[in-house]
Design a protein around this ligand. Structure first.
Ligand SMILES: N[C@@H](Cc1ccccc1)C(=O)O
Length: 404
């Protein structure tokens, strides 16, 4: 396997993972303290990598061009396929809603400072959606070009931002412990979403072919890179602000504002702000393109002007409506996304691998790659998935504190 292709695939996984979810991390884990937040992140990384390996175990016996839909149909039947499709829709919509809410309020703040007037976040949401929707509606080729430029800029902005922030860390902030135990549970869904990439696994398998050794390496290293970036990002945000300072910020804009104020350096705020804009734009482009194609395919909308226009409306109007009703809904929507991501990245891989292992046992033909850990590991990740969904539901009904 060419090294270039392997490396490129790792970057695709890392690039899908590092997105808008990262921006929510400091706010979602504000009351946890650095050590606790890091332990949870390492745990969730291990969980996500484990279920990605389960997906490889499933893919090895199928056609290299299999998608989640076809795998679910083969191993779990029509019901499994329907659940996979619905979860995919819900995840895509929830993520787009988060990106529009986050991007909209960022953009409206920008326009407000430029023009010296106050612009409502809803206006920003509409403008941000119109820009991304035009790029997506023109076609995949235009998304590819715009995404390449923005992605390169995002990597530079990320390095610059971390370089500017890390020298200002104060050790005493990093030893803080969780302010309240309930906050650990509250933080789980958003942290979980920020490590999500599982929609990209079938594309990588198609690109590389069934070469388990290479694919394993891609999953492990491709997801480890975001872990390193997230730990540095937590180090910076939790090391610069005290817990009460961090917790006082309920929105991304407020967080960026207090960072620059605290460091008396507008450059810092600028770099975080630019990184945030790029992260939101690249995530939104990638996810809305996926949703657009998925909808066009499911609803059989043609590839002509009217067809694409209709698909664009169904793609962008529902999440835009959410952002207009909940302009501060960035973190809330990322939490909702966790519910469907648990189904896609935990429940379905576990169910499919169980079905496959059972079928192999009955034919007495266990062959190929089998992820270590047996049924115990499958049980542990399933329980973790249930805990993450429960944490989100408990926040929605107000039993535990909501983050953000
Ligand atoms: N991890 C992505 C969200 C995502 C989840 C699942 C699949 C794809 C993307 C982010 O932080 O924005």
């Amino acid at each position: 396997m060419s090294l270039n292709k392997t490396f490129g695939s790792m970057l695709i996984i890392a690039g899908t993972t590092i997105g808008a979810g990262m921006l929510a991390l400091p706010l979602a884990s504000a009351g946890l303290g650095f050590t606790t937040a890091t332990i949870i992140m390492v745990g969730i990384w291990a969980l996500m990598t484990y279920t990605a390996l389960l997906m490889l175990e499933i893919h090895q016996h199928a056609d290299p061009s299999a998608t989640l839909n076809t795998l679910a149909l083969q191993l779990l039947g029509r019901k499994g396929q329907t659940i996979a499709t619905l979860a995919m829709f819900f995840l895509f919509y929830a993520l787009c809603a988060a990106y529009i809410a986050g991007g909209g309020s960022q953009l409206s703040e920008r326009i407000s400072t430029w023009t010296g007037t106050t612009i409502a976040p809803q206006v920003g949401a509409v403008v941000f959606t119109l820009i991304i929707a035009s790029v997506v509606s023109i076609g995949t080729h235009s998304v590819d070009i715009v995404n390449r430029i923005l992605f390169s800029a995002k990597v530079i902005a990320l390095a610059l931002m971390l370089g500017l922030l890390l020298p200002h860390i104060q050790g005493q902030h990093l030893v803080n412990m969780p302010i309240e135990k309930g906050l650990i549970l509250s933080a789980l869904p958003v942290i979980f979403t920020s490590f999500g990439f599982h929609g990209s696994i079938p594309s990588i398998v198609r690109y590389i072919g069934i070469d388990i050794k290479v694919l394993k390496k891609i999953m492990i290293f491709g997801s480890a890179l975001p872990l390193v970036v997230y730990i540095l990002w937590q180090l910076a945000s939790q090391g610069i602000m005290s817990q009460p300072q961090l917790m006082a910020n309920s929105t991304l804009g407020a967080f960026i504002g207090s960072l620059s104020q605290l460091l008396h350096n507008p450059m810092v705020g600028q770099s975080v702000s630019i990184f945030a804009d790029l992260a939101l734009a690249t995530s939104f482009l990638g996810v809305s393109l996926g949703l657009f194609d998925f909808l066009a395919d499911t609803l059989n909308r043609g590839n002509h002007l009217i067809g694409r226009g209709q698909t664009a409306l169904i793609t962008f109007l529902p999440p835009l409506a959410f952002a207009i009703f909940y302009p501060q809904g960035f973190i809330m929507a990322l939490g909702y996304a966790a519910i469907s991501l648990v189904i896609l990245a935990i429940f379905l891989p576990v169910a499919m691998v169980s079905a496959q292992r059972k079928a192999q046992q009955t034919t007495n033909n266990p062959s190929g790659y089998i992820v270590k850990g047996g049924s115990l590991s499958l049980a542990i990740v399933t329980i973790t998935g249930i805990i993450i969904i429960t944490a989100q539901l408990l926040q929605m009904v107000g039993i535990i504190p909501a983050v953000g």
